[in-house]
Design a binder for this molecule. Structure first.
Ligand code: AMP
Ligand code: ZN
Length: 466
């Protein structure tokens, strides 16, 4: 399996630290608001990568943090006249609603920064003891000059970075590129006791600390959106490696932006749609097909046309599934026929192609194209003469290839059942309201689709027309 490593700027063969287990840390949201569909791209991409690892037989320890203390949290809590804690509680709950709505698997652990304050303080103390951090008036800064490899992830050297940073020199820092790991208390802000007085952690330190604590000093994969390469991940590397003397992560992965009118979608530019708004119009599978139709390292422009086209793709895929589900009930032969054996091999060749694409740095766009080729082949070659066993094999294979992408797991039969039940319920309501026209229309529409309603003493029953 090959992964593009931001650190080395090339695709590398993936070799995990332990043979069958992967440790993965993905930077998560600041929980002061609903997350937008741009954030969703990053969450979806790494959810898909995690699912694919699982498909390939790895156990994945997947950690994604919640940043629940920073300037944005404090500002928002003040605006809403609430506490930072309560704000965090509320938006973590909302995060789960939207993430579940997108069919994102729950992380192994979702640590919150404020629950690791004690460990963060210890981490900072270690940095001070080793000479990598210094205290000034209750603030603690990381000394970038001391960490010789500073800039290695983003490919910049400290001199260039300093030239760019000159504008905002903080007198108290030894060097303009030094960054805060601990911030002293300001009036009205939440704070914790520490050896340097009351204060709160800087942003970068939480990820270094929680990754070490939960996953270990060297992890397999550290990931996030492209905007995190500098300074966030650069600073995480400096803190973590200064403290442990070991590589922090063996592979650094960054997903490209979701843009809108070719600009990064972001809260600050106010050019975003919340995930919630989009999920009202399109279901999770449509959103996932849209997001995964581009390679994760290619910027993707948000548009209604692309979402509509993803919706049409989803319908084509489920039409094929629906046909197979109906055929299974219709065909006469149970077991695989001798002449069908070669076709099984043909089906398996699609699985091979799919794995080749996904193994090549998670090329979801091409993997989806393989699923479409598979479905085209099935549509032309499977019919009333096929055996049940072969049709089931086709269905299972489609589902198998859909699973890592978080799609194609539903049954069209269940969908149809619940849709019919809902329409029957609507018709009953219409009858109660003496809206006979609507009640008749629902019955006639269903009849046109081959569904017959029968009013019985036990309630309404339905059956398929012969
Ligand atoms: P934030 O809540 O802003 O810290 O962002 C949470 C995650 O979403 C981070 O990994 C960001 O890199 C990512 N992110 C933010 N905006 C976008 C975007 N427009 N496209 C893709 N990922 C994004
Ligand atoms: Zn982080």
């Amino acid at each position: 399996m090959k992964i593009f490593n931001t650190m080395t700027r090339q695709k590398e063969e993936f070799v995990p630290i332990k043979p069958n287990e992967i440790t993965m840390y993905v930077c998560g949201p600041t929980v002061y608001n609903y997350f937008h569909i741009g954030n969703a791209r990053t969450f979806l991409v790494f959810d898909t990568i995690r699912r694919y690892f699982e498909y390939r037989g790895y156990k994945v320890k997947f950690v994604q943090n919640f940043t629940d203390i920073d300037d944005k949290m404090i500002k928002r809590a003040n605006e809403e006249n609430t506490t930072v804690r309560e704000l965090g509680d509320r938006y973590i709950e909302e995060y789960y609603k939207d993430a579940d709505g997108l069919n994102i698997e729950r992380a192994t652990v979702n640590p919150r920064a404020t629950e690791y304050i004690e460990e963060i303080i210890k981490f900072i103390q270690d940095l001070i003891d080793k000479g990598y951090a210094y205290e000034v008036d209750g603030d603690v800064y990381f000394s970038t000059k001391k960490f010789k490899e500073y800039g290695k992830l983003s490919g910049q050297n400290l001199d260039d970075l300093q030239a760019g940073a000159r504008i905002s020199v903080d007198e108290r820092k030894k060097d303009p590129m030094d960054f805060a790991v601990w911030k002293s208390e300001k009036p009205g802000e939440p704070s914790w006791d520490s050896p340097w007085g009351k204060g709160r952690p800087g942003w970068h330190i939480e990820c270094s600390c929680m990754a070490h604590k939960i996953l270990g000093e060297t992890i397999d994969i550290h990931a996030g959106g492209a905007d995190l390469v500098f300074p966030h991940h650069e600073n995480e590397i400096a803190q973590s490696e200064a403290r442990s003397g070991k590589p922090f992560a063996n592979y650094w992965m960054h997903s490209a932006y979701l843009n809108i009118n070719n600009k990064k979608m972001s809260k600050s530019l106010n050019n975003f749609f919340t995930t919630r708004e989009i999920l009202e119009k399109y279901d999770a599978e449509v959103v996932r097909l849209f997001m995964l139709s581009a390679h994760y390292r290619t910027p993707l422009n948000f548009s209604d046309e692309l979402l509509e086209s993803a919706k049409a793709s989803k319908e084509r895929l489920y039409n094929a599934i629906g046909n197979l589900e109906r055929l299974i009930d219709e065909v006469k032969t149970e077991n695989l026929k001798e002449e069908e054996k070669a076709y099984i091999e043909n089906l398996n060749s699609y699985k091979g192609k799919y794995i080749d694409k996904m193994d090549d740095d998670f090329n979801t766009a091409d993997a989806i194209a393989v699923i479409f080729d598979l479905i085209k082949d099935i549509n032309t070659n499977i019919g009333v003469d096929s055996s049940k066993e072969l049709i089931k094999y086709c269905l299972d294979l489609i589902r198998e290839l859909g699973k890592p992408l978080g799609i194609l797991q539903k049954s069209t039969i269940e969908d149809l059942n619940s849709e019919i039940e809902a329409l029957i319920e609507e018709r009953q309501q219409a009858r109660k309201n003496k809206n006979w026209a609507l009640a008749d229309k629902i019955r006639d529409d269903l009849k046109a689709r081959g569904i017959i309603l029968e009013d019985t003493p036990q309630g309404v029953r339905w059956k398929k027309a012969e």
